[in-house]
Design a protein around this ligand. Structure first.
Ligand code: HEM
Length: 311
């Protein structure tokens, strides 16, 4: 399903603005959602703005589904012209006694495109920014790639598990820059004793993974980007090491974890193996701004502007 035309920059920009605008407005909304008492601090109109953006995104996906259904209906024996995820999902809806509806397809696509794009893109931007800011680490990962892939190789998924430094960079990026810093609100099913406190039944529980990632009782030099800390370490982000739960843990752990981690490493490896990079506007890499934006989303305050140089 093509929501943006790769060669139509304008259409791409419109869609990108819709997604980023929706995420920004939702992040602003969240203060009152997480801490009801602080709801009065929420920007007036933010909820209405987010609703409006949501409605626009909804219309884009609804339109794309409608168009595909029309195409399928107009061609008897439609032979899956696109043969993509949307075709498979619609086939599934059409199966006899299927409990999966067209509305479910729409919601799934919204999750896939909105939740997954922003989170993965944000961590990739942070990973690149941290590496540009630390030339020795950048050099180290490029060397690892060169040694593993040789001179004229192609990055394949099968290479990734054999690149320990690249994997350590991913974990370090997830630790320092979790794109969902407070996870999503959970509710206690029953009274729970936790670290000497009682969490009463039905209490809303907010987990601050951002501060866990920067806790000096857990991590040495917590604010510093040091992928080396993960070399030879068992700590992973798959939900059983509570010092690194960027994707949550337990039953509601992010279902996109396998896709996100593969996408992160694959794209980062490809960008670093095939290109050298310099910061735009002749800026010294040491001066890259590494601050987060205001609000509760953890995007970079200033977008990272880099110029690729083909290797
Ligand atoms: C770096 C990338 C990502 C991060 C850090 C991330 C993180 C998270 C977190 C923290 C949650 C809430 C977990 C909780 O309840 O405690 C979540 C939920 C979710 N994520 Fe992700 N995510 C990422 C990418 C993705 C991708 C690629 C997809 C889809 C392909 C995805 C789909 C979802 C969905 C559908 C939920 C809701 C699950 C539920 O409510 O049971 N995420 N994610």
């Amino acid at each position: 399903m093509d929501l943006v035309d790769y060669y139509d920059n304008e259409k791409f920009e419109v869609f990108k603005d819709m997604v980023t605008g929706f995420v920004e407005d939702s992040a602003m909304l969240r203060l009152g959602d997480f801490f009801p008492l602080l709801g009065f601090l929420d920007s007036p109109g933010a909820r209405a703005r987010a609703k409006n953006r949501y409605a626009k995104l909804y219309a884009v996906f609804d339109g794309a589904i409608e168009e595909r259904i029309r195409l399928r209906d107009s061609k008897p024996g439609y032979s899956q012209e696109f043969n993509d995820a949307l075709d498979s999902l619609l086939d599934f809806v059409n199966e006899e006694s299927s409990e999966f509806s067209r509305h479910d397809v729409l919601m799934l696509l919204m999750d896939l495109f909105v939740v997954s794009i922003e989170t993965t893109a944000s961590t990739l931007e942070w990973g690149m920014a941290e590496l540009m800011h630390s030339p020795t680490k950048l050099h180290k990962v490029k060397e690892e790639l060169q040694q593993s892939l040789g001179k004229n190789g192609e990055v394949e998924e099968s290479h990734i598990s054999k690149l320990p430094y690249l994997n350590a960079i991913m974990k370090e990026t997830f630790r320092l820059h979790p794109p969902v810093p407070l996870l999503v609100p959970h509710k206690a099913n029953e009274d729970v004793e936790l670290g000497g406190f009682t969490v009463p039944k039905n209490a809303q529980v907010v987990v601050n993974v951002w501060s866990i990632g920067r806790d000096s009782h857990i991590w040495a030099n917590p604010n510093s980007f040091e992928p080396e800390r993960f070399l030879g370490s068992e700590i992973d982000f798959k939900g059983s090491h509570f010092e690194l739960i960027t994707f949550g843990s337990g039953r509601r752990i992010c279902p996109g974890l396998p896709l996100a981690s593969r996408t992160f490493t694959f794209i980062l490896a490809s960008l670093l193996y095939h290109f050298n990079w310099k910061v735009a506007n002749e800026m010294n890499p040491e001066n890259i701004d590494l601050s987060h934006n205001r609000g509760l989303s953890m995007n970079k305050a200033q977008p990272l502007l880099l110029v690729p140089i083909k290797v």
